[in-house]
Design a protein around this ligand. Sequence first.
Ligand SMILES: Nc1ncnc2c1ncn2[C@@H]1O[C@H](COP(=O)(O)OP(=O)(O)OP(=O)(O)O)[C@@H](O)[C@H]1O
Length: 753
Amino acid sequence: MLEKDQATEQERVYRVVQIIKNEWTRLKEQVEVKTKKQRQQLKLSKEIKISQGSTESMWESAGELREFEKDLMIRDKELINSNNRVAILEKMQAAPYFGRIDYHDEDGQETIYIGIGSLFEENDNLVVDWRSPIASLYYEGNIGDDVKIKVGQQSLAFTIDLKRQFLIRDAEIVRMLDTDNVMGDPYLLEVLEGHSSYQMGAVVSTLQREQNQIVRETRKAVTLIEGVAGSGKTVVLMQKIAYLLYAFRDQLTAEEIVLFSPNKIFQEYISQVLPALGELNVDSTTFKDFMKRKVPQFKLVSHQDERLTNVALLKDSLAFYEALKRYAAVLKKRYMRFADIRFQDEVLISKEEIAALFYGIDSEGSLASKLLILQNKLLHKINLIKVDQLRAVWVEEAIMNLSNRNLRHYELQSRNKKAAEDELAEQIIDTAFEPIEQKIEALAFVRYQSQYIHFLKAVPKLVNLSDFGLNEADWKEHIAIVANHVKARQLLLEDMDAYDTLVRLLKGPTSAKKYKYICLDEVQDFSPFQLQMLKDSYPTARFVMSGDLNQNILMKRMSFEDLKRIFADDSFRSFQLLTSYRSTNEIVQFSNSFIEHEIPAGNYIRSGQKPVVIQTEGQGDYMDYVKRKVEESTAAGLRVAFIGKNYAEAERFSDELAEADIAFRSVQRDTDNSHHPVIVIPAQLAKGLEFDVVFALCQYPSQNVIDNELQIVYTICTRAMHELYFMVADREEPLLQRVDPKNYQLAEHESGL
Ligand SMILES: Nc1ncnc2c1ncn2[C@@H]1O[C@H](COP(=O)(O)OP(=O)(O)OP(=O)(O)O)[C@@H](O)[C@H]1O
């Protein structure tokens, strides 16, 4: 029966693919023509700019220019949409859809096919976009289920008669399956049993019901996707971005979304997910890069010590953020650091005068608005000074120094020597004062760096240092370090955050970008300060965050309490994903030994071999065993990662591997290339990634205490999809003591098997 069906389905695939091809060819031609036209228009608009000669023609062409630019922008949008569509159609030519649902209600029976984009032939909907409301049926139900879905404001109920999944490659149906409740989701299993890859792909055909519900929730201003390792938090976040772009396509563009990832390796790992769904222009960045762009005058320096110091913990905290805000409020009354405004090596308006003007302003508004008033007052003052300067000696000298030709030109224009000289003097003064006015407009009369150091000095009065295990002497010592950094034009990330926040409090919001959605993956690695800062910098933005507070590698920085405080005024919804799709049941069980609190059980999806414990002390040559396993794995096309608890341990093991003559690549920085079948990597850089085979390097005696060791080990183990090897010095290792012996096996070289 299914075979006969397959022939019919294959016929349909051919027909649909032909229609896709036709649309693709047509659209691609259109895009080429449009791009060419746009280039010509751009050239034209440049020429118009150049022709801006006399005042009159300048106004004419400025109007013209605006028209052109408006037109270009609309065209640009169209072009972006067409480009996205071409990308989707290109993918759909190979696999036009992945699912079919037959359903009925009292009005009759319907069949829909679901793919990554929609396709019409006249009024016939040949493929339905996976993000459309009706496509929810595919994710929400199975044969025989009555499923309610929301279409606009309406809630509709349908009964599902058939759920068919396709695997189509190059327009050929490779496999086709009718699924029911009993079988579960065989496709999912097949996908999960496959090998890891260097880049994550889109997950649309096997998105699970609980994931689909998160993807489609759009009402709340803040969404937190919480879940155990490997439960698809990143998958859901990415699919959600694609969903938002579809659901709000009339109001939201890709440029209005920003996606933060924890590091560059991860950024690259997920970089193809959205393009695979036809969304090409979402801004993806790491927080470090984002800050580097915001504070370009400083170089970013990293901590010498991997551990988060108490000082860093303080600077990452909400208490520090609030201290900064309180400090800014005090600045309205005192402590502002102004610089003299100078002209021709002389003080034009002294810092004392500026301060008197500033504190004399009676304003209930923010510090920034008070500074704006000061700015206007200063500009006004400059205007008065300019009038005063009309007869100044330096102006007369400048006129004298002008060539006769220039002078003649002015005299001819005004036909009056006196008026010509006045006009000239004004021009000379305007030019001379322009840089000063620009500085005032840029609020450059505030000494931001000195103000920041002054804030740091005030911190002991604003924060209880002892809450962070610090005393005044520690703090003083730290200020000296920051002052040296500033002198050398460099800052630590947390100083960049605080410095930029102080500048924002002084200048008001300065960012040109207006993000409507801010998406954060691995939110637990952000500091509360950073999150609050994003929230205040983009007050109208909505937030979608995903994270696992069990994997708080960078110490307990973000807590639920912090999140609740930051988003206290917003509608907030958090979801929990409890099933790990990445790792085998055995790996999940083993890894759970490192979680200190109770976790609700998720579903077990698939089985594999028990994790293997390798003892490195007194058990013969374990490196022979490691070498054999690596060779077997790479021969089978599996990717292997040796993951250390920190940079030093990864480096120590790199030496051992090199000695054992095993080919590998060491990844020690987030700009290193991680594309190699065998890598050695510290946990900090492996977050979010996954490998077929993982060796957890826990055999080294700790040289210094590792904070959050359990969370780090949990993260390491949960990077494994199929095989986990846990390397310890011996069975007395406290970490191993946490694991029930029935959840692991010993390496063959030890058990003598
Ligand atoms: N519905 C699904 N269908 C197929 N694969 C899935 C599904 N959900 C998750 N996966 C796969 O499971 C793996 C883990 O997903 P993902 O990286 O999104 O999890 P995570 O919760 O972000 O993990 P971690 O917190 O450990 O980084 C990926 O390979 C992903 O493709």
